[in-house]
Design a protein around this ligand. Structure first.
Ligand SMILES: *[C@@H]1O[C@H](CO)[C@@H](O)[C@H](O)[C@H]1NC(C)=O
Ligand SMILES: *[C@@H]1O[C@H](CO)[C@@H](O)[C@H](O)[C@H]1NC(C)=O
Ligand SMILES: *[C@@H]1O[C@H](CO)[C@@H](O)[C@H](O)[C@H]1NC(C)=O
Length: 483
């Protein structure tokens, strides 16, 4: 072989390695704060059907982990903030981690120690527990022989760092010491820095924020930073973190995006079009391998979309949009077209266990002037009514449909218990879908196996008896013919 050929082969090998390493993987966050949870196996089938190979959980739910066993899907589990100060690391590794791993088990690659524990709004109550918890947990991983396979990380909120331009990025002064310890711990154990980035929140919280800067289609307000120009909030935010890490000596640390996404309901800027444009723009940007001005050709290694499903039981303290981050609705139906990079669009969940097709509505012949405000308030304090508010998909309903929507949300929350549709005689169960336009009146789902409910078992017994009866007749006929 001539040296030219060798050089060419070496070059293409290097290119191959380089492109291989640079590719971002698109994963999802699977949150479960929902009144209408699908069976974990249904959700895992949904992941498989959409070729999603990485999933992040907010706890170490045994049912979810069991459903993920043997699928080859890589998993990040989490330790919730409020357990950071109390959990027993040896016990955690034994009961929440290694029990699910091994041959044919769940492929757990990361444990998130807390979730955004440095958020300013927590007032520092968790931050001092993070590094000690990691150190202890790392020792337990070593003892269990898992330390080279399972990596500890801390998903950080983007308000942990700040600056006007990306090159000046620095961690918040009150976090400087903790971040230095954290980064040095991550670095010595081969873990990435995990950060959650939300251009939607920048837009939502700040009316001066240029709308087109949140997206990926170019901006009429680019940020100029020395020789670098930023056309989207994501790149700017990412490079601010790169600079902050560089300032404490870890400018090369790999970065994973723990959460990123766009909600579809519950606020003016939250709608299907915006969510599709943002998420598709993000995915295309990542898969183009362009990277950012400070990390050209080197996009974040993994990116977990937030989220997989809508979570109708999430707190609405940050805003009504909180319950509408899913790329799928709570029941696993794609909300908009999205190509995750594997060609083809999203595939819906199959074999979802719906409650029967019936709804609770305001009785058409009754005067709703009598409906007690108390009823509506109570219903909406428990069930999800966020789509009724400004910017929501049901905000255009008239007064009576509005009341129907509230009645139905509550009725489904109560698993269609007949009494829950009474409302002093003003409610009525209907078998006609009352949905109007984009405003969907939901039918609940359940993670229980409906086929084993008592009514169903009775029905099966009837069929069984009829069958026995038929066999009996058949046998008699046979006897008759034989004898
Ligand atoms: C470990 O799993 C159990 C059972 O699901 C759960 O109750 C506990 O909170 C988990 N521990 C931690 C530290 O997450
Ligand atoms: C959807 O949201 C985008 C930005 O978030 C906004 O510009 C647009 O007007 C919204 N569309 C509708 C129909 O509300
Ligand atoms: C519909 O219900 C929501 C939430 O209860 C309320 O804020 C809104 O004013 C109602 N709209 C109408 C037209 O009654």
């Amino acid at each position: 072989m001539g040296s030219g050929v060798v050089a060419l082969l070496t070059l293409s090998l290097l290119l191959l390695i380089a492109t291989h390493q640079a590719h971002s993987a698109i994963g999802v966050n699977w949150g479960t704060l929902s009144y209408h949870k699908m069976r974990p196996s249904t959700v895992v089938d949904l992941l498989k059907a959409n070729k999603i190979t990485k999933v992040k959980l907010f706890d170490s739910n045994p049912d979810a982990l069991r459903a993920l066993m043997g699928t080859g899907i890589q998993v990040m589990i989490s330790i919730p903030n409020d357990l950071l100060s109390t959990f027993n690391p040896d016990l955690f590794v034994q009961q929440n981690l290694s029990r699910f791993m091994g041959k044919g088990g769940a492929d757990i690659r990361y444990v998130a120690v807390g979730n955004e524990p440095f958020l300013t709004s927590y007032g520092g109550v968790y931050q001092n527990y993070v590094v000690p918890a990691m150190v202890n947990l790392q020792q337990s991983l070593v003892k269990a022989n898992l330390a080279s396979y399972v990596k500890l990380v801390v998903p950080c909120n983007a308000d942990a760092y700040e600056s006007n331009v990306p090159s000046q990025g620095t961690f918040r002064p009150d976090l400087m010491q903790i971040m230095t310890e954290l980064a040095s711990f991550l670095n010595s154990n081969g873990s990435p820095f995990v950060v959650n980035i939300y251009p939607f929140l920048s837009l939502y919280q700040n009316s001066d924020f240029p709308q087109d800067f949140a997206f990926f289609e170019g901006s009429s307000h680019p940020v100029l930073d020395g020789p670098n120009v930023y056309y989207n909030a994501f790149d700017g935010n990412f490079d601010t973190l790169v600079s902050a890490l560089a300032k404490i000596g870890f400018g090369q640390m790999p970065i994973v995006i723990g959460e990123i996404g766009w909600p579809t309901d519950g606020a003016v800027g939250a709608n299907l079009t915006a969510a599709r444009v943002f998420n598709q723009g993000l995915i295309n940007h990542l898969l183009s391998n362009k990277g950012t001005p400070l990390r050209p050709g080197s996009p974040p290694m993994d990116v977990y979309l937030f989220g997989l499903l809508d979570e109708g039981a999430k707190s609405t303290l940050p805003g009504n949009f909180e319950r509408h981050w899913g790329i799928f609705s709570f029941d696993g139906q794609a909300k908009y077209r999205l190509n995750l990079g594997n060609k083809g669009g999203l595939k819906n969940a199959e074999n979802v266990q719906y409650l029967p097709s019936r709804w609770c509505v305001a009785h058409p012949e009754k005067d709703m002037a009598q409906v007690a405000d108390e009823h509506l308030r109570l219903a909406c304090s428990q069930a999800d009514c966020t789509t009724l508010n400004d910017g929501g998909s049901c905000s255009q309903l008239g007064e009576k449909d509005n009341i129907s929507y509230v009645f139905n949300s509550y009725y489904q929350l109560q698993m269609q218990n007949e009494k829950s549709c009474d409302f002093d005689g003003l409610g009525m169960v209907t078998f006609l879908d009352p949905s109007v336009g984009d405003c969907r009146f939901l039918v609940g789902v359940t993670d229980k196996d409906l086929s084993s409910s008592s009514a169903e078992i009775m029905a099966r017994w009837d069929i069984y008896h009829i069958w026995i009866g038929l066999v009996g007749v058949w046998a008699l006929t046979r006897c008759y013919i034989l004898y």
